[in-house]
Design a binder for this molecule. Structure first.
Ligand code: LLP
Length: 428
């Protein structure tokens, strides 16, 4: 038997002609559960996590999985059981953490638009920290906490204004972004926070963007944040932790992001050099923990030759995999069973059934395909299911978590009944 691991996808490999996730043949999972089907490898998630754990060995550090990347309960449970905290951005995400067995005390709450109700919910649950994104939010949070006779633990998200060199929609630490507070206002806003009776300042936070594949923006951001730590502590406000956000990229298409442990070796050297090596660290990785731990299985419905383009029409669409339509993102597409002769390959645009020209999953792909063939869309563990929709009244896909040679159905396929449950016809 020959084994050939998919680039960037540990635990997904061809054994002879068939693609496997850990010990299971993906074509069999597709037959049992139907397509489109998301399949995740638990071992791949844990090995991505292990790279961060190695990076932080011997340090005081809390890894808070940014669950917006994939908020399915079965995925959250993997990280909760591995001791992770969670970065949340809504009351709904908090409920999910608790439902999956996560600890409220290890939750940090990010986001520019927290409502009073969400603040109350999070205070009641006893979350670890609020990452506050504006001065106005500080005042409201202090008010809410005082009304509950509590003090809210806060960090302020500062904008280091470094360019993460990623897609403009997913770069978040620049001056023109809606996130965080400006570097030059940060000290004043910290002093304001420290004066509010309902708040307890505990940390500082930044997050510069997503799918970052270069170490330079991180190192620059670290310097900028540490400049602020110097100034804030000199003003008499002690900071227990530094939260350095998420953002580390994955390999979609010959991308070569640094390994998490190698990146943190550099960042920790900088922290040490500036005298902050003993401070508690927090990070909020999302994509890098789950992105290449998941694939989306799909079936070819039709092959449609055209004058200018050939189309390969599959049963997964932009409602299941929104990243190509939203960001022109590249996801590799591979067969579940390798064809005997690649000589029959043609170039296709791989598209879904949704009625939009933007509904494409891959462009100009060389594939050897016929109706009924099964394909895998790779790097589909992050920002796919969590951004899926019911557009065109398509039910959401099912999800399977593979653990060795066991498959756990963690989400059954959505039915039309599920979709129309909250709707009612007006009485006429
Ligand atoms: N922390 C904060 C405050 C964030 O805003 C994000 C992501 C993360 C952590 C996690 O970042 P990660 O490690 O996953 O890069 N939907 C887009 C990505 C949006 C990212 C938004 N914020 C995509 O599919 O590329």
């Amino acid at each position: 038997m020959t084994t050939h691991t998919l680039p960037g996808h540990p635990h997904f490999a061809y054994r002879d002609k068939d693609l496997f996730a850990e010990g299971l043949r993906l074509s069999e999972l597709a037959s049992i559960h139907g397509t489109p089907l998301f399949v995740y490898s638990k071992a791949a998630m844990l090995s991505a996590l292990a790279a961060y754990q190695r990076g932080f060995a011997g340090r005081q550090a809390q890894i808070c999985y940014a669950m917006k990347a994939n908020s399915s309960l079965g995925v959250l449970q993997v990280f909760a059981q591995a001791g992770c905290g969670f970065d949340i951005v809504s009351g709904g995400e908090l409920e999910r953490v608790l439902a999956a067995g996560g600890e409220a005390g290890k939750v940090i709450f990010s986001g520019v638009g927290k409502t009073r109700a969400e603040m109350r919910q999070a205070l009641l649950a006893g979350i670890g920290c609020f990452n506050v994104e504006s001065e106005a939010e500080l005042d409201v949070l202090s008010d809410v906490a005082l009304s509950m006779k509590l003090r809210a633990p806060v960090s302020i998200r500062v904008n280091p204004n470094v360019d993460p060199k990623t897609h403009p929609y997913i770069s978040t630490g620049l001056k023109g972004n809606k996130f965080g507070v400006a570097h030059e206002d940060a000290l004043r806003i910290y002093q304001h926070a420290a004066s509010l009776k309902g708040l307890q300042v505990v940390g500082i936070d930044c997050h510069i963007g997503s799918q970052i594949t270069d170490t330079t923006p991180y190192l620059d951001a670290m310097d900028r944040v540490l400049d602020l730590v110097d100034a804030i502590e000199a003003a008499g406000i002690a900071l227990e932790h530094i939260d350095f956000g998420g953002g580390l990229g994955i390999n979609y298409n010959n991308d070569a992001p640094p390994e998490a442990d190698a990146l943190w070796q550099l960042l920790l050297a900088k922290l040490d050099a500036r005298g902050y090596g003993a401070k508690k660290l927090m990070i909020e990785p999302g994509r890098s923990l789950v992105g290449n731990a998941g694939v989306c299985l799909t079936e070819v419905l039709y092959v449609k030759p055209g004058e200018q383009k050939n189309f390969c029409i599959i049963d997964a669409a932009m409602n299941d995999l929104p990243r190509p339509a939203m960001y022109q993102a590249f996801h590799a597409i591979v067969p579940l069973t390798q064809a005997a002769a690649v000589a029959t390959a043609s170039t296709y645009d791989v598209v879904g059934p949704v009625c939009e020209s933007g509904d494409w999953i891959g462009r100009d792909r060389d594939l050897s395909v016929a109706a009924g063939d099964q394909l895998a869309v790779l790097s589909a563990g992050a920002y796919c299911m969590s951004m899926s929709s019911n557009y065109n009244s398509r039910g959401r896909a099912a999800e399977v978590l593979v653990d060795g040679d066991k498959a756990h159905l963690i989400r059954r396929r959505e039915t039309l009944q599920d979709q129309i449950r909250q709707e009612q016809l007006p009485a006429v």
